[in-house]
Design a protein around this ligand. Structure first.
Ligand code: MIC
Ligand code: SF4
Length: 657
């Protein structure tokens, strides 16, 4: 039987286990990526594990989320990260150089490699045939120390692309179409592998828009085969030597196949406030738009901004609307500036920002109250833009620019008809991506050789070993699809405490219930109850670390998002599965007592645990965990577990061992 591309790459990197769906496998990691808001913990954990040198082929530290440095705490974080990269041997990308996924794509993404990154959109280089996976910070720290990364062998699904995109439709519409069909839970436990004749019609940047936003489907990763287009892209980046031909066998067997005919794709838009709330643009046309933003790691490339620039060129942004371009990388800004496009956009009334995540997580350009914002980003979770009850729509750069001209949502095909002289802009790559590399500091050019910790950089919080007895109150009951933005928001007022967990934990779940943190500390332990897909969205391990700090011992949920589930194990919180009936019956404030000896059960592989509620009724909660995950729970988390492994001569042994 032939192999899928995913299986081929995994087999080449396999150090433990077998490639059987659902089985835990350990794989070698070639590249790691981390960014400023997850990176401080990554390096603090690297230090706490007594690791002393990066072991992967490439490790890159980016500063991209909070580059405005509103507070000295942000700047201290960046200085600490530069010092950590220098001390341990990683590349350092200075604040303003661009979003991690964009800069990594430009400089390091390579076919056939594996990558782990402490950001959920790490799968972006799948557009170049790299198998890249998002993970919690400690997973990245351990992999960077040379230990394998453990993951459940995903199902590999085939997305077969046929036909060719029509004018005005874009790669963003392809991924929106998949979200419309499959929902934000549709990719959980899966790698989506793109095949078919439609692949060669898409350039690498178009492919990376699709792989980037595969994260919104909950997918473990998304990947394309390589071909002439990949070779061409790498050569424009002056990296033709990184090219390798990779792809599935002709008789590869997939768990399932979804067919997307590109020629049927029309301009689509995700309505507030979930990325899968997708409709054709025409269905919501006429809605007045106060803000338009083009950028982010999904559509912040030179090739994404150029079509928007061509649409506004020689015209003016509607007086009722503001349009901001926030490029994904400085390389993109530099090329657009050199070609005169920045000036064209400015003349049309567009504001041009530095290359940053910024507005994507509510840092800057927060929409006005009761207004509509159209963004080319990947997430529109409620409140993420920095204001509660926001109305954020997600769309392609073409749809965004059309709305900026019209002042309301409009299908760009209809705008073209109205204007009469607006041609569909081509999607073109620059001849050479010859932007400056001044902001990317190589390990050889490192400016520091010891860690610089400002006053806001705290210690890594630790948890005691798991007790025999677990009991406490159900401190909060939540709905389906609770995101990590609900658990630990990433807006500026909160983001600056990412390196200071005692302070950060005061904001835990504040978006759901602002009394939660205080009540948890008072209760001295307790549980969370949630519906389906708990913890979807980002990789931020703080969404497990902060509840752990507040004394949360377990979460009872109908299902968990992949990265968050791993983060719960990493910080010693028991992720129990419950059925729908139990979920419906449980109430906030219930007293819960796990009747079984939890420690013994976790150690012995027990799967079903009896939980008594208010001394009145009982339910069964399931612990579906590998042996390694159980060992981590027992020891209070991954840090303690890794140290024990190292002491025993396996796991992430210090680099000089
Ligand atoms: C996001 O898009 O939600 C983030 C901010 O990039 C996060 C990382 C973080 O919380 O620091 C992610 O996607 O993992
Ligand atoms: Fe940054 Fe937004 Fe991309 Fe996250 S999704 S990496 S915040 S641009």
């Amino acid at each position: 039987m032939g192999q899928t591309l995913t299986e081929k790459i995994l087999e080449e990197h396999l150090v433990e286990g077998e490639l059987e769906t659902g089985e835990e496998i350990g794989i070698e990691i070639d590249q790691v990526l981390t960014q400023d808001t997850t990176g401080t913990m990554v390096w603090l954990q690297f230090e706490a594990m007594d690791l002393d040198e990066v072991q992967t082929e490439i490790a890159a530290q980016y500063c991209d989320h909070q580059t405005y440095q509103f507070d000295f705490k942000n700047t201290d974080d960046h200085r600490f990260l530069r010092s950590a990269a220098g001390t341990y041997g990683a590349y350092f990308s200075r604040p303003g150089n661009g979003i991690c996924h964009n800069v990594h794509k430009e400089n390091f993404a390579a076919p056939g490699k594996t990558m782990l990154g402490s950001d959920s959109h790490t799968p972006t280089p799948g557009g170049l045939g790299e198998l890249a996976i998002g993970a919690g910070g400690i997973d990245v720290a351990v992999a960077m120390g040379g230990a394998p990364y453990y993951i459940e062998m995903p199902e590999v699904h085939n997305v077969r692309l046929e036909g060719e995109l029509p004018e005005w439709s874009s790669a963003k519409d392809v991924i929106l179409e998949l979200l419309r069909r499959l929902s934000v839970k549709g990719g959980v436990g899966k790698v989506l592998e793109y095949t078919g004749p439609g692949v060669e019609t898409l350039s690498v940047p178009e492919r990376t828009t699709i792989t980037n936003m595969g994260t919104e489907l909950g997918a473990t990763s998304s990947i394309f085969p390589t071909d002439e287009k990949t070779k061409d892209y790498l050569s424009r980046q002056d990296r033709e030597d990184d090219y390798e031909e990779v792809g599935p066998d002709e008789d590869a067997e997939y768990a399932d196949t979804i067919v997307v005919d590109l020629s049927d794709i029309e301009p689509l838009i995700a309505c507030p406030s979930m990325p899968d709330n997708v409709v054709p643009v025409r269905e919501v046309a006429g809605e007045q738009v106060e803000q338009v933003m083009v950028g982010s790691c999904t559509n912040g490339g030179y090739e994404d901004i150029l079509p928007a620039a061509k649409i506004v060129e020689g015209r003016e942004v509607n007086k009722k609307t503001e349009m901001i371009v926030a490029p994904g990388s400085k390389q993109a800004s530099e090329l657009l500036a050199r070609e005169g496009w920045v000036a064209e956009m400015m003349a049309a009334g567009v504001n041009f920002s530095e290359a940053t995540c910024g507005a994507c997580i509510g840092i800057g350009h927060v929409p006005a109250s009761d207004s509509v914002s159209l963004r080319t980003f990947n997430r529109n979770f409620e409140g993420r833009s920095g204001i509660e009850d926001d109305n954020v729509y997600l769309c392609s750069p073409e749809v965004a620019a059309a709305a900026a001209i019209k002042g309301e949502i409009i299908d760009p095909r209809d705008l073209a008809d109205e204007l009469g002289d607006l041609d569909a802009p081509d999607y073109v790559l620059p001849d050479k991506y010859n932007g400056s590399k001044a902001d990317l500091i190589t390990p050889e050019e490192a400016v520091d050789d010891e860690l610089i910790k400002g006053p806001n950089i705290g210690d890594v919080p630790l948890k005691d070993e798991l007790d025999a007895k677990l009991e406490g109150e159900a401190l909060l009951k939540m709905d389906d699809n609770i995101t990590t933005d609900h658990i630990i928001p990433a807006t500026q007022d909160i983001l600056m405490y990412r390196s200071n967990v005692p302070k950060l934990s005061e904001f835990t779940l504040s978006r759901v219930d602002d009394t939660f943190a205080e009540r948890s500390l008072e209760a001295d332990g307790g549980f969370l109850v949630a519906g389906e897909n708990y913890g979807q969205g980002s990789s931020r391990e703080h969404a497990a670390m902060c509840p752990m700090y507040l004394g949360i011992e377990g979460v009872f949920a109908q299902s968990f998002a992949r990265i968050h589930r791993a983060n719960l194990f990493n910080f010693g919180i028991v992720p129990y599965l419950i059925d729908e009936e139990t979920y419906e019956k449980l109430e906030q404030g219930d007293d819960l007592e796990v009747v079984d000896d939890v420690r013994e059960g976790v150690d012995s592989g027990q799967e079903e645990f009896t939980v008594r509620v208010n001394d009145d009724w009982e339910f069964t909660a399931t612990l579906d965990a590998s042996e390694r995950e159980r060992d981590m729970l027992a020891l209070g988390g991954k840090l303690a577990w890794t140290k024990e492994q190292a002491a025993g001569g396996s796991g992430a042994a210090p680099a000089d061992d």
